[in-house]
Write a new protein. Structure first.
Length: 211
């Protein structure tokens, strides 16, 4: 891959996002993305390697356009209790509506499109929500906040199923839940998971009451 200017790179990634968010064109190919960005197809290949590289870079570029992803990373790096877990979830639920138009396409497309799957795996698993959940729950386990027979990684998997874009699509988009209803239900379910997984005599104050 070759170096391109920051402005050119941003323009390409914004054009790719617009195709997928505004026109619902997850199937947009390299030639179409290049045309929308006003660059040559060769420039895309030189700069990003392939379509998967474009999609991964596009999602990461979106992460830099606010402070929510940075907040999630900071919480994941330092969080050690249920309060941190809920703060992490709050940051993600603030961000989810912003990225939903593309995130839901990446989730759905990941089943059949290898490039979409590469971007989905990167943003949700390798560098994203699943990794943060795993880190925080690992710290909770290290501090004695889970039963010895509970696997924090499996709990992270369970929490993730509550937070993926398809959960938002079904409840908010299709069933008419409000964003607040969705948020409160996620916290309540995560609390239930933690209470079920906690030692027989949990420490006072372990439960987090959500607004």
């Amino acid at each position: 891959m070759t170096k391109i200017g920051d402005e050119t790179r941003a323009g390409i990634l914004e054009a790719a996002w617009d195709l997928m968010a505004e026109q619902r064109r997850l199937d947009a190919g390299m030639a179409e993305i290049a045309a929308a960005a006003g660059v040559s197809r060769q420039t895309l290949f030189y700069a990003f390697g392939n379509r998967a590289g474009v999609l991964v870079a596009m999602a990461r570029h979106k992460d830099t356009q606010g402070d929510l992803v940075l907040r999630m990373r900071q919480i994941a790096a330092t969080g050690r209790d249920a309060h941190a877990l809920h703060a992490f979830v709050d940051a993600w639920l603030d961000y989810l509506p912003v990225v939903y138009p593309v995130a839901i396409q990446l989730e759905s497309g990941s089943l059949s499109d290898p490039d979409a799957n590469a971007a989905w795996q990167d943003r949700i698993f390798s560098q994203g929500v699943r990794m943060g959940l795993d880190r925080i729950l690992g710290q909770i386990a290290s501090n004695g906040g889970l039963r010895a027979d509970q696997d924090p990684s499996r709990l992270a998997d369970l929490c993730l199923t509550l937070l993926v874009p398809s959960a938002w699509r079904y409840l908010v988009v299709e069933r008419g839940w409000t964003a607040r209803d969705f948020r409160r239900s996620r916290h309540a379910l995560i609390d239930a998971l933690l209470i079920d997984a906690s030692p027989a005599q949990p420490r006072r104050g372990a439960r987090v009451v959500r607004r």
